[in-house]
Design a protein around this ligand. Structure first.
Ligand code: 2RA
Length: 354
């Protein structure tokens, strides 16, 4: 019998993209596909592969007969329910932060460490944070060839990383500041937002405007100057790449882009690396698109990457003052490869083992 797939959080921002991905596949290994969500969304009807599905409420019984359950829900919901799914016999593939650093839970990016899928003592597999994930295909490929030793990263993160609230807030702010002039030449958007009834205190972006601005705060503040997103980049990169002492320093910044995270990466290797050699590595990786012709204005940017599955890489150059070091720019759709797609790819790998 073909395995049964459950999608928990089917009506959220990532869940919606997940259904898009399932609908876009030429074929799927699943028999039944079950959509699960909170009581509030239960009863909604959604089309999956040409058939109408009714969303069922998240209860223990919802997992009966499920082989693989993908979770696209907040940390606390996953923390409670992924073990319930596992107890009922499903393999949970979880896109929240609840289990990523658990030693008994593999953290998987198929291009980098697909072999970890089958070692899952808790019946749970974790999907990385979208910021880490956006650069993992590129870094994994380079690491295999040249041996990564140090990583310095600055992120340019899209509003949708903060979920539907983040998307709604950015659109509302853009409307409030568009075409009206801000009443001041300096481009101070704060007054325009307050005047439009968008108090900064209500913003999911640390009480700071996102329209016409950048916000150096992502996730929650963790002390000693670090935000959670920056610590996730460090910890998750080490775990996925299997380099426990990798030197990592990240600065995570929210930018007024709806979807697609970008990262400026400065990566140092144990062996010599050239731009030509790096290009070859990227070209050999099916999930990477190399767009690197700066002389002719060709490099990746979120506007052309959004909606696409691959990671886009460009601006590859040898660092002038650092040996064995490359600088490059990466863009990845944070809702697709950064979240739904990677989770789905892992789920399909599990299905292939069943
Ligand atoms: C963000 N990486 O962009 C987070 C979402 N998981 O806010």
């Amino acid at each position: 019998k073909s395995p049964t797939l459950a999608l928990v959080g089917a009506t959220g921002a990532v869940g919606t993209v997940m259904i898009d991905i399932i609908n876009g596949r030429e074929s799927v290994p699943w028999g039944e596909i079950r959509l699960i969500a909170s009581a509030r969304s239960a009863g909604k009807k959604l089309m999956v592969r040409g058939e109408e599905h009714t969303v069922v409420e998240l209860t223990p019984e919802a997992f009966d007969g499920v082989d693989v359950a993908m979770f696209d829900v907040p940390d606390e919901v996953s923390a409670r329910w992924a073990p319930v799914a596992a107890e009922r016999g499903a393999v949970a593939v979880d896109n929240s932060g609840a289990f990523r650093m658990d030693d008994e839970v593999p953290l998987v990016v198929p291009e980098v460490n697909a072999d970890k899928v089958s070692r899952r003592p808790k019946g749970i597999i974790a999907n990385p944070n979208c910021t880490t994930l956006s650069m993992m295909a590129a870094l994994g490929a380079l690491h295999r060839e040249f041996g990564l030793t140090e990583l310095v990263v600055a992120s340019y993160q899209a509003a949708s990383g903060a979920g539907q609230d983040g998307i709604d807030r950015l659109y509302a702010e853009l409307e409030a500041v568009s075409g009206k002039g801000l009443g001041n030449k300096a481009g101070d958007v704060r007054h325009a937002l307050e005047a439009a009834g968008l108090p900064l205190a209500d913003s999911p972006f640390a009480g700071t405007p996102l329209a016409m601005n950048v916000v150096p705060s992502a996730g929650s503040y963790k002390g000693d100057g670090w935000f959670s997103e920056e610590l996730k980049v460090r910890n998750e990169s080490r775990k996925i790449l299997g380099i426990s002492d990798l030197k990592v320093s990240a600065t995570c910044v929210r930018v007024p882009v709806v979807t697609t995270h970008s990262l400026a990466v400065h990566a140092t290797f144990s062996s010599e690396v050239t731009v030509e050699a790096a290009h070859k590595v990227f070209e050999a990786q099916p999930s990477i698109v190399l767009v690197d012709d700066p002389e002719n204005g060709r490099f990746p940017s979120p506007a052309e990457v959004v909606g696409a599955d691959p990671t886009y890489v460009g601006r590859v150059r040898q660092a002038l003052d650092f040996p064995n070091t490359l600088d490059f720019f990466v863009c990845g759709d944070n809702l697709r490869k950064g979240a739904a797609l990677n989770t789905y790819e892992v789920a399909e790998r599990v299905a292939a083992e069943l």
